[in-house]
Design a protein around this ligand. Structure first.
Ligand SMILES: Cc1cc2nc3c(=O)[nH]c(=O)nc-3n(C[C@H](O)[C@H](O)[C@H](O)COP(=O)(O)O)c2cc1C
Length: 324
């Protein structure tokens, strides 16, 4: 399938694996790229720029296809060494960067000069338009359904995607709630030129996380996510578990007086214990409503070719039949 997204990134299928903290390691990024999609290493999961450089080199050993790096700009008192990470990306010869979390303007000149294509992930049309205006090449439009940070506007993709299509000139992919060929065809119908998936890619054989994480996603239904940190205007969609319930209880008790320090035990530094050790109640972790559509743990190749087969069948058979 050819779209402006496959052309822009030099990939076979319009399917991107979004950056995921402690999930987006070289193994997953390479598997997605080898299957014809675009895999992304999550930059900040590597504690230093030197480690990111090593991860990029490791990924290159596993694939000769294009892959990218996610750079998430976090609200932070002590910001990570962003100049160092950008340098590691450029020197590592990476040709695609997914930015997220904040306006990437400051980093665009260096990335563009190195011939890097930038896809900015955001949750509103106004942020997408801003990204287009400052020179981003594409947008990942992240709807309210998404795992991770859906923003504060709460607009689901059935509205957000056609709104983005009405306003944007640069190509965009649909992110949040995407799982299969039905998602891809629906996204294309709404004006997107591909899909970005997070949660679905965690429940794959190659995702370098503990099997407990994959099984938790398979077991979850669409009713099993919660929004946390809304009072801090840092809303995150997470899987419900005892830590999520503790955090929500604190939010109810402390109301507007809540600070990050109050919830640190549930959120700070918990990802390695969950993703690596499989300690599922160690804290809160991002998960999309799309868990309700995930019932298996295929290889990445099976997942991506299954999506493309289903999409082609839907377009050529069901939809063509209905339009006759
Ligand atoms: C466990 C997990 C960790 C994530 N970490 C990041 C991250 O570090 N940076 C980022 O930009 N997005 C992150 N995301 C968001 C994904 O890249 C993607 O936008 C989102 O999962 C799409 O929604 P879906 O889960 O419904 O597919 C994360 C998502 C999950 C599920």
């Amino acid at each position: 399938m050819k779209t402006r997204i496959t052309e822009l990134f030099g990939i076979e299928h319009p399917i991107i694996q979004g950056g995921m903290h402690h999930v987006g390691l070289a193994e997953l990024a390479a598997a997605v790229s080898n299957a014809g999609g675009l895999g992304l290493i999550t930059g900040l999961t590597q504690r230093t720029p030197e480690l990111l450089a090593r991860e990029i080199a490791r990924c290159r050993e596993m694939t000769d296809k294009p892959f990218g790096v996610n750079l998430t700009f976090l609200p932070s008192v002590n910001p990570p060494d962003y100049p160092g990470y950008v340098k590691a990306i450029i020197e590592g010869g990476v040709k695609v960067v997914e930015t997220a979390g904040n306006n990437p303007q400051k980093w665009l000149p260096a990335l563009k000069e190195a011939g890097i294509k930038v896809i900015h992930k955001c949750t509103s049309v106004r942020h997408a338009l801003k990204a287009e205006a400052i020179g981003c090449d594409a947008i990942s439009v992240d709807g309210f359904e998404c795992g991770g940070h859906p923003g504060e506007d709460d607009i689901p993709n059935f509205i957000l995607l056609p709104r983005a299509a009405e306003e944007l000139k640069i190509p965009f992919v649909a992110s949040g709630g995407m799982a299969d060929g039905r998602s891809l065809v629906a996204a294309l119908a709404l004006g997107a030129e591909g899909i970005n998936m997070g949660t679905r890619f965690i429940a794959t054989q190659e995702a370098p996380v503990h099997d407990n994480v994959k099984q938790a996603i398979v077991a979850a239904s669409e009713l099993d996510t919660r929004l946390v940190m809304r009072p801090l205007r840092n809303t995150e969609r997470v899987l419900t578990n005892p830590a999520t319930e503790r955090l929500l209880q604190k939010e109810r008790e402390l109301g507007a007086a809540i600070t990050f320090a109050d919830i640190a035990p549930e959120v700070a530094g918990v990802y390695p214990r969950i993703m690596h050790d499989g300690d599922m109640d160690a804290g809160v972790w991002s998960c999309g409503m799309v868990a309700g559509l995930i019932n298996d743990v295929p290889t990445v190749q099976q997942l991506i070719s299954g999506i493309m087969d289903q999409a082609h069948a839907l377009i050529n058979e069901r939809l063509a039949g209905l339009a006759r």
